[in-house]
Design a protein around this ligand. Structure first.
Ligand SMILES: *Cc1c(COP(=O)(O)O)cnc(C)c1O
Length: 234
């Protein structure tokens, strides 16, 4: 069941404490990691409760659900991030309704988002999504394609390339939970070394944000640890 407003406030505090502790453990400045609250499948009232507790950036995966929520919450100064897979017939609305799009994984999508970003809005902040665990049938470009895709995205006038995003596959119990996040950071450093002023590693969720922060994540995307178990499968 979704949580009450009081639960959401307490959970947000607890997640912010986890982030701060992970930053300290990694010798990183507290505040070097942004929290994106993932509100997919949760009702507008849950977003309102989080906003009342000081959270302004929210992530959504499903376009129609996100647009309905945005309409109900238009009175709040929220920053919306699209973090789901992108279909090319949805780019026009994505380019209009979001501040960030995290799942850019092919050039065709990037071109459409740039062409369709309304002129009165600032450039759209984007991350290139990397299939860091090399899973078949998952979103994201291959690690080996990442630098070239970033170079092409960076030339598009109405996009601002901010960095890389990934959703690593679960690591086996005897594996190193930091390994996929380390691989993502190494790719980030490779892209940055080619002259792109990127500043964002979007990685880490409710169950693995500590491992992500230990390896340099700058934006964790957290849903269930804030809002409770999902009303339906996300
Ligand atoms: C659902 C989702 C999250 C949040 O997952 P939790 O386990 O609920 O924290 C983060 N990123 C993406 C891309 C998601 O789809």
């Amino acid at each position: 069941m979704p949580n009450s407003p009081a639960d959401i406030r307490a959970n947000l505090l607890a997640v912010r404490r986890r982030i701060d502790a992970a930053c300290r453990a990694a010798g990183r400045a507290p505040g070097s990691v942004q929290l994106l609250a993932v509100s997919k499948t949760y009702p507008p009232a849950a977003v309102r409760a989080a906003e009342a507790a000081g959270q302004l950036a929210f992530g959504e995966n499903y376009l129609q659900e996100a647009l309905a929520k945005q309409a109900e919450l238009a009175d709040l100064p929220l920053e919306w991030h699209f973090i789901g897979p992108i279909q090319s017939n949805k780019t026009r609305e994505l380019a209009r309704a979001f501040a960030w799009v995290h799942g850019v994984d092919r050039l065709k999508i990037a071109h459409r988002l740039s062409d369709q970003r309304p002129p009165e809005l600032p450039p759209l902040d984007v991350c290139v999504q990397v299939n860091i665990s090399g899973e078949a049938s998952k979103s994201g470009c291959l690690p080996s394609e990442t630098a070239a895709l970033c170079a092409a995205v960076a030339t598009l006038p109405r996009l601002r390339l901010r960095g890389l995003m990934a959703i690593p596959a679960p690591v086996a119990a005897d594996g190193d939970p930091r390994a996929p996040f380390r691989a993502l950071r190494e790719l980030f450093e490779l892209v940055r070394s080619t002259g792109h002023a990127i500043d964002t590693i979007s990685a880490g969720m409710s169950d693995d944000l500590e491992a992500a922060i230990a390896e340099g994540s700058t934006m964790v995307r957290v849903g269930s640890a804030i809002f409770g178990s999902r009303p339906r499968a996300g």
